[in-house]
Design a binder for this molecule. Sequence first.
Ligand SMILES: Nc1ncnc2c1ncn2[C@@H]1O[C@H](COP(=O)(O)OP(=O)(O)OP(=O)(O)O)[C@@H](O)[C@H]1O
Ligand SMILES: [Mg+2]
Length: 388
Amino acid sequence: MASADQIRLLLVEDVPQVAQYVRGLLNAQSQVRLVDIVADGTLVPDRIGEHRPDVVVVDALLQGRLRGMQLVKQLHDQKIGVPVIVLTVPQNPISIDPQKGIDEVLSMPFNGYDLMTRITGVHKAAAASTERGPSRLIVVFAPKGGVGKSTIAFNLGVAASGLGVKTALVDGSIQFGDLRGLLRTPRDAPSMLDLPTDRIAESDLAEVMWHGPADVDILLAPPRIEMAEMVLIRDVEKTLSLMRRLYDLVIVDTGVGLDELTLSLLDQADTILEIVTYDATTIRNTIAMAETFQKIGYPPSKVQYLVNRSDASAGIDPHELRNALGRDPEYQIRSEGQVVGPASNQGAPFVTAEPNAGVSRDLVEVARRLLGSSIAGGRGKPALAGAR
Ligand SMILES: Nc1ncnc2c1ncn2[C@@H]1O[C@H](COP(=O)(O)OP(=O)(O)OP(=O)(O)O)[C@@H](O)[C@H]1O
Ligand SMILES: [Mg+2]
């Protein structure tokens, strides 16, 4: 009976009768699903990582190594980002105080209606507060290597940030770490492998992010090829979901081919920005990819096509590419080796190094159109607003 709309509840309760009572109340309805009952407070952070509840109910009188209100404080300090309802008794009055992680209070005795209104109330408020501008995950992908994914992902991130959108970049080309190369980062710069595996807090993430140009935070891939296999898909998923809460826009660069990690990234994407060029292999692979995406069940609107080096058609008729895509590509970026090459060699984004170059104007235009409403909702200074 699990449904995507159900609110997932984790109950922290060491009195079996109370746990049983709550379970009974919830059994009578389908809006809230009880994902677990935990009697030991020290296990709660792990269980939250495991079950990803939408709401946590903690009994203030929880006994054991971690008492109820200590747990509430700990969850708050760790910025778990899940609303907490504190269960108490009239003899132990507690006030709602979101600054201390007490989002709601439920005093015994309570009935099913009391419980449900508290749960749905905090869930709705939490959902509304995370909807600060639609956070978007854009995965830059290509059906063939070397077409400009990393260059575009990096410059798009810088352009978006310049347009006032709080942006993070993730190096999803985990074997070769293309962004490391592009940014000339030192070998010991932290990577996604330095994140804890179980549960990732905002502070953990802040420690490993590389601060790139134009306020773009970058999560780097491991420094060595053989370390790629240590990157677990599950951890990347958790990291991305945390990043979505902290940034308006997350852009992920991908490696060559369609391995398991890339597939998971594509699944999570709101938009797949597929980079294509005028060459026969791209055209053939694009058709194969479109079929695969259709089989997976992606709606056509999930993929947007960007023709890179669009003025370098190398003898291929634009109609051929159009036929392969089944529609006109959404975006185009011209080829301008004398701008892109030197900037990349210096580890600089060409959009800011040469803002007036044609290729930079093309890219800012892509950012504007791709991000649309996110720009209006974004924060920060629109440094590139004048570049046209
Ligand atoms: N619009 C452009 N004009 C000129 N040169 C470009 C343009 N886009 C990309 N390049 C150049 O093309 C080369 C390949 O780009 P990039 O490394 O970004 O491709 P990629 O798709 O990430 O490759 P890989 O598949 O290996 O990850 C780089 O040398 C880059 O500077
Ligand atoms: Mg690359």
